[in-house]
Design a protein around this ligand. Sequence first.
Ligand code: COA
Length: 380
Amino acid sequence: MQNSYHVAMADLPPVEADGSSRDPGVLDGLLRAAVEVDNRAWREVFGHDDFTNIPEAYLQSLAQQQNARKRLLLALTGPVFASGQEAGLPLLQPHDDPGDAVVVGTCMIMQSRHDNLHLLDGFEVTVDPDHRRRGVGTMLVRAVETVARDWGVDTLISWGTHENGEGRDDALHPKEGAFSIARDVPALFALRHGFSLAQCERHSVQRVHGTQVSVPHLPHGYELVQWINETPEELLEAKARLNLAMSTDVPKGELELEDEVWTADRVASSERDTYRNWMGLSTAARQVESGELAGYTNIRQRPQLPAVAWQEVTIVLASHRGHGLGELMKAANLEWLRRQWPGTERVHTWNAGENQWMLAINDRLGYQVASVGGAWQKKL
Ligand SMILES: CC(C)(COP(=O)(O)OP(=O)(O)OC[C@H]1O[C@@H](n2cnc3c(N)ncnc32)[C@H](O)[C@@H]1OP(=O)(O)O)[C@@H](O)C(=O)NCCC(=O)NCCS
């Protein structure tokens, strides 16, 4: 029998100041089913479970909306049963009766509350393999556009994971950068919906145990500072400056990204959210004479997935470049990771295809290409 489908939206009430939260009712089961759909898709795309979502962490992250407005779009079988409405879409309520509706597709959308208000960035449409080629992905994209218009947004950026386009006659190339992607299913889907390829990112993996990495000598006049999880309070202002530089200095391809607005308070609050579900190791370089933080790098891990880590931000302020600080901080952080989290086997990272300096550092640190990320942009 041919299924009928619809898209509904889910929002979780925020956790109260005293740590309590309202009973999510049926939302709990629906959201856990959505995590399963995502996890199956990630396993299919990558062939491993390194990017598996942890349901509790996912639900908590949806409820944390101090720094970003978030909604989860769910593609469901059968007719609409949600009793609420928001932005012209059915809004699921804790007491709704889903009957035998099944979650067959998902898409999380986020809008920063601080900057880039013109933008929904980083959404990914996922459809369960048993329900593909029936227009479910298309329904989700249309729902994203409906919400975007309601929120006053005119720019959409979605990320896809692709086969490397290298050596293929019909590869798709962004305007800049060394990487291209194959004309695979996610690419055809994005093109069909009017998105254009604005940038490629290289996704690469470092095998922690097989890689020989020596930490270079500290250049004269600098020292290393390291911390676990949240940035120490006395470094929050400096971290805000570095996060701003991260938004202004990294290559953006054709992505219409504005400079981000960072304050010490925003750093503290977003890190509080992050480290409810992650662990982090940060290594920074400080200029001894001025006391200025010249740069930092950060690796994260989920407590539930001790074999896997993520190499996140690495930034060096322009006035401190040319001393090898980027590579030094990364190598020192990796050495620390080996001691601190000895069960770590793989580190994943993503870098803009035009960021030849960072890609060269990663090559020296033993990273190997795993896939290519495509940043798909659409102007409404
Ligand atoms: C990409 C994905 C979301 C598509 O979902 P879907 O429900 O099958 O998509 P739709 O049925 O709405 O297809 C819409 C259009 O996309 C294109 N498309 C989708 N799947 C395709 C395929 N296997 N081969 C060729 N074109 C395809 C077609 O143009 C299709 O229109 P058509 O059916 O009229 O020809 C789904 O394959 C998926 O979840 N993949 C894994 C996650 C992912 O890569 N997400 C995309 C990030 S950019």
